[in-house]
Ligand binder design. Structure first.
Ligand SMILES: Nc1ncnc2c1ncn2[C@@H]1O[C@H](COP(=O)(O)OP(=O)(O)O)[C@@H](O)[C@H]1O
Ligand SMILES: [Mg+2]
Length: 266
């Protein structure tokens, strides 16, 4: 059954900010949501995660409406890395990542500790457990949040049902090596049978890591399909309002895309 998004519309401040978005996303799929600033990407992922109840339409995960599922049930089936997270108290990294395990029953302290260590290792933050979150760099904080989300979600499939991992700009503060490391984690989650919905700004990472691109513009889903298909034609250039060059570097499985700088620069 997977994730079913039906005619979802969101209204905020008296204005429709998302219009009639419909999509089906099956197990084993990684979708990248792309689009200009303010297009409605975060709004869409909040509707998908159950954080924002749509004014119209609905979102179902394996048949259950996400806006009516009990929070504890939802927390075992999907995890969300928000676009921004502010932490007001002096928590350690270990404490923040451990928050991800609140809903996981039947783990003793040693098992929890091991799970947190494993998540920290996955995001290349071994040995950071005792550090204060607020004193870390933006990119380190972002990876701590991802570790928390990985602890919450656990394995990609439970009882034959794909779990849902939602990442809103997970690589925005990361250096290139960590961008690739984080998206590789997401890719493995999908390859393991889960569902990933990731908002991304880097078009090359979106094209290379995802099975499918959903393109939003002014609150509407203007394209939805395989990356190679969407790169053909003028759609991306029109959506982002900037000329693009599409090329196929030798040995690359998928095309690469660059802004057409010589034509753009004065
Ligand atoms: N709670 C809100 N009240 C009013 N306007 C909102 C609210 N949330 C988002 N918006 C507006 O909706 C549009 C889409 O926002 P958002 O989904 O955050 O865009 P994106 O993530 O694609 O950059 C923006 O114009 C934003 O200002
Ligand atoms: Mg956003």
């Amino acid at each position: 059954m997977g994730l079913e998004i039906d005619d979802v519309g969101v209204v905020a401040g008296g204005r429709a900010i998302l219009h009639k978005v419909t999509a089906r996303i099956g197990a084993g799929t990684m979708v990248a949501v792309i689009g200009p600033n303010g297009a409605g990407k975060s709004t869409l992922v909040k509707a998908i995660s159950g954080e924002r109840r749509p004014a119209l339409g609905r979102v179902r995960l394996h048949g259950d409406d996400v806006s009516t599922l009990a929070p504890a049930d939802l927390a075992t089936q999907r995890a969300v890395l928000p676009q921004a997270t502010s932490i007001a108290f002096p928590f350690t990294v270990f404490e923040i990542v451990g928050l991800g395990l609140r809903q996981r029953a039947g783990m003793d302290a040693a098992a929890r500790r091991q799970e947190v260590q494993r998540a920290l290792a996955a995001v290349d933050l071994e040995g950071f457990g005792e550090r204060l979150y607020q004193r870390l760099s933006g990119g380190e904080q972002q990876r701590v949040q991802l570790a928390r989300v990985l602890c919450q979600i656990g394995k990609p499939v439970k009882d034959g049902r794909a779990k849902l991992l939602i990442l809103d700009e997970p690589t925005s503060s990361l250096d290139v090596r960590h961008q690739i490391a984080v998206l590789s984690i997401a890719r493995r989650f999908a390859d393991g049978g889960g569902i990933v919905v990731a908002v991304l700004h880097d078009l090359n990472l979106a094209v290379s890591f995802s099975d499918r691109l959903m393109v939003l513009q002014r609150g509407r889903l203007v394209a939805d399909g395989a990356p190679e298909e969407l790169l053909e034609g003028p759609m991306l250039a029109e959506t982002f309002g900037t000329g693009m060059v599409i090329m196929k570097p030798p040995g690359w499985a998928r095309p690469a895309v660059l802004p057409d700088l010589p034509r753009i620069l004065p």
